[in-house]
Design a protein around this ligand. Structure first.
Ligand SMILES: Cc1cc2nc3c(=O)[nH]c(=O)nc-3n(C[C@H](O)[C@H](O)[C@H](O)COP(=O)(O)OP(=O)(O)OC[C@H]3O[C@@H](n4cnc5c(N)ncnc54)[C@H](O)[C@@H]3O)c2cc1C
Length: 537
């Protein structure tokens, strides 16, 4: 076993949060930082090409290959749970959408004991992180590392979708990232000049030349090393050998919502009963580690299209050749597009209130209704993903064995809470109303997925349970809060009861935000970096 020392801080994971931390913590030149990433470089073509998302998301060369544990509420299926294992982490394989959530989400966090994380507290970090040309400068950033851009294509079906929403009383909202999401419009993308703009592009690459930053790839951290109750380093496997790296100041876990709790448990920080079951000695009893997992779960409603083309026809020979040329010459066309083009944030709760449903619309349709996870169909089609914004079901991440290379049990318990089922079914019905609205109806030949014969509540529930899938947003498994069960302290992001150890990634969210989770993770890491720097002087 080799040993290295001389680092002030060790960051586990060069994913979304890890890249932010690597940049911010080394900017002054005063702190020596080592980043350990289990995956390899992010130099594959399909990582850079936006439409490559459909190819990389389940590619074992850049991902962990996780599956959610089967559960009766989702027909005992092992639903894939893609997570990036590559420089940039999941930001190198994600769907490019930039969504901050609602101001009220952060009020919810404060109410759950995360004081200091209200909308007014976090807004400066959202702004610091991004460059958004032409936005409202009081809420949008103008000189941050993230490039937040508009789609390079506005398809007529998207316009019909937005007009359809307006015909149902929903406003056309030019910017859903101001704290109040309600309405419809085009998604904002994390792209620059028709290419993916990952956290590695935004934060890591600009810092790579700093002499006080080192990054080791294919370095899988297997446990945190403790001396008493203080984390003093990590053990990791790289090139078939075991290494130890020591940190003078602290270890920061940025492994994401699945791997950070797993690593804590492997290191003796977790529920004592679980640790005992796998023969792991308790360093610190923290039963909340790995609990409170929450994820978005979506179903898709698709339609055959008439009177206008869709993207389907452009992804098959011979028109695909044209698209490839268009991309090579101008970085435009189908290959420069994310899967979801237009958005809707609506409230379907009978009592009204904040939006509780997100719509992800694509002027394209996919085999088996699998939006973005299967080849596009050949006949023209359109699809809308329907997801409840703030699920109440909670699950867990628990180690399966003491083997650090074994995947943990990931159980999000989708649709366990009856309210989640009710919102999803109301969402499908809303979507059907939208397809029937005048602007969209003239383009609907017939509903192709699930099909008009799936009509009763019971049939829709069955459809949701048997065909829904993750929207790739697991969070909350090392939640921050002030109650005794919350494993992470909200003021410092330190693991409670231990010294020299923090968690800074998507796992610390106390509850789900209303939308895709990348922007919020970046915000957490921006604020987390300030907390670390304040402590390190
Ligand atoms: C397919 C997909 C599509 C998505 N689409 C969107 C979207 O369009 N918009 C959006 O907002 N969000 C999206 N997300 C979610 C978003 O990408 C995540 O919320 C965000 O990346 C989480 O950041 P993180 O830093 O917590 O974890 P990650 O970005 O996953 O980074 C964790 C990193 O830690 C590394 N790591 C883990 N364990 C170890 C270990 N033991 N040793 C060393 N390294 C380790 C991993 O390899 C990885 O690089 C998507 C996610 C996926 C997977």
């Amino acid at each position: 076993m080799s040993a290295s020392a001389g680092w002030d801080t060790i960051i586990v994971g060069a994913g979304a949060a890890g890249c932010v931390l690597a940049n911010r913590l080394t900017a002054s030149g005063r702190h020596k930082v080592l980043v350990l990433e289990a995956g390899g470089p992010d130099n594959r073509l399909w990582i850079k090409v936006p439409a490559g998302f459909t190819r990389t998301m389940l590619d074992p060369a850049v991902g962990w290959g996780y599956e959610n544990a089967p559960a009766p509420e989702t027909a005992d299926r092992a639903i894939p749970c893609p997570r990036g294992r590559v420089i940039g982490g999941s930001s190198s394989i994600n769907g490019h959408l930039y969504v901050r959530g609602q101001a009220d989400d952060y009020a919810d966090w404060v109410a759950q004991g995360a004081s200091g994380w209200g909308w007014d507290d976090v807004l400066p970090y959202f702004r610091r992180a991004e460059t958004r040309a032409g936005g409202d400068a009081t809420v949008r950033g103008v000189e941050g590392p993230l490039q937040v851009t508009d789609p390079r294509m506005q398809h007529p079906l998207c316009e019909a979708f937005i007009s359809g929403m307006q015909s149902l009383g929903e406003p056309r909202n030019p910017d859903y990232n101001r704290g109040d999401q309600r309405g419809a419009g085009y998604y904002q993308y994390l792209m620059q000049n028709g290419r993916r703009w990952s956290a590695a592009d935004a934060y890591l690459r600009p810092a790579l030349s700093r002499p006080n930053l080192a990054i080791h790839t294919h370095a899988h951290v297997t446990r945190v090393v403790f001396e008493g109750q203080r984390a003093v380093g990590v053990e990791y496997r790289q090139g078939g050998a075991l290494h130890v790296a020591r940190a003078a100041s602290e270890v920061i876990l940025a492994g994401g919502a699945i791997n950070s709790p797993q690593l804590l448990q492997l290191s003796g920080v977790g529920n004592p009963a679980l640790l005992a079951q796998h023969g792991i000695g308790v360093v610190h009893a923290a039963p909340g580690v790995g609990e409170n997992l929450v994820d978005h779960y979506a179903v898709r409603v698709a339609s055959r299209v008439r009177g206008v083309g869709s993207l389907n026809e452009r992804t098959h020979f011979p028109r695909l050749v044209l698209e490839v040329l268009k991309y090579m010459v101008a970085r435009r066309g189908v290959l420069a597009s994310a899967v979801a083009h237009a958005y809707g944030f609506v409230c379907v709760a009978p009592e009204g209130g904040r939006p509780d449903l997100q719509l992800l619309f694509a002027p394209a349709s996919f085999q088996g209704g699998k939006m973005g996870r299967a080849k596009m169909e050949t006949a023209p089609g359109m699809t809308c993903g329907v997801q409840q914004l703030r699920p109440l079901s909670r699950g867990h991440v628990r180690i399966r064995s003491a083997d650090p290379f074994a995947s943990p049990v990931i159980q999000p318990n989708y649709l366990k809470h009856e309210a989640d089922v009710a919102t999803l079914i109301a969402g499908i019905r809303f979507m059907r109303k939208l397809y029937a609205s005048t602007p969209l109806a003239r383009h609907v030949a017939h509903e192709s997925w699930p099909g008009a014969d799936v009509a009763s509540d019971a049939q829709l529930v069955e459809f949701a349970r048997t065909t829904g899938a993750t929207v790739y947003h697991p969070v909350g498994s090392c939640r921050m809060g002030s109650d005794a069960d919350a494993p992470v302290d909200a003021q410092t992001l330190r693991v409670k009861g231990l010294a020299g150890l923090r968690v800074i990634d998507a796992s610390v969210m106390p509850s789900m935000v209303s939308g895709n989770t990348y922007a919020t993770t970046i915000m957490i890491a921006e604020k987390g970096a300030d907390l670390v720097l304040a402590d390190q002087g």
